[in-house]
Design a protein around this ligand. Sequence first.
Ligand code: DQA
Length: 152
Amino acid sequence: MKILLLNGPNLQLLGTREPGIYGGDTLPEIVNNVKILAAELHCTIEDHQSNIEGELVSWIGSARANGFDGIILNAAAYTHTSVALRDAISAVSLPTIEVHLSNTAARESFRHHSFIAPVCAGVIAGFGKDSYLLALRALHNLLARKKEFNSK
Ligand code: DQA
């Protein structure tokens, strides 16, 4: 299984960015932990971070042509603003898990709405860096079930 892990704006600042909310781990540390679990699950991960909405849209849009089976996405603030990301996920039609470190439902009201949640397979939020590991397990299980179903 080949999985695309995408991180959106300001997540390059993890480690020093509001550690009371997002924890003290840097993004490379979090991605490294995801890759360790991925190896155990026999998945490969390609990861990118960008502060630019269009770059995220392009990576999602080319994911199927690039052989990815699914996507793990922390769209960060674009979660709450981006119709373009929603349309990209919908267009590429690969199972996508929305991830957040913080529990967005327990924060400011502008974080309660996600444009992308309706086109994602599910949302994992509020478990800090573990949100990413839970998302990988969820996506792995979902893809395994899909594969089993398709082979019947
Ligand atoms: C976030 C939550 C978003 O509301 C926020 O804009 C972020 C990070 C999270 O991982 O908790 O940048 O996606």
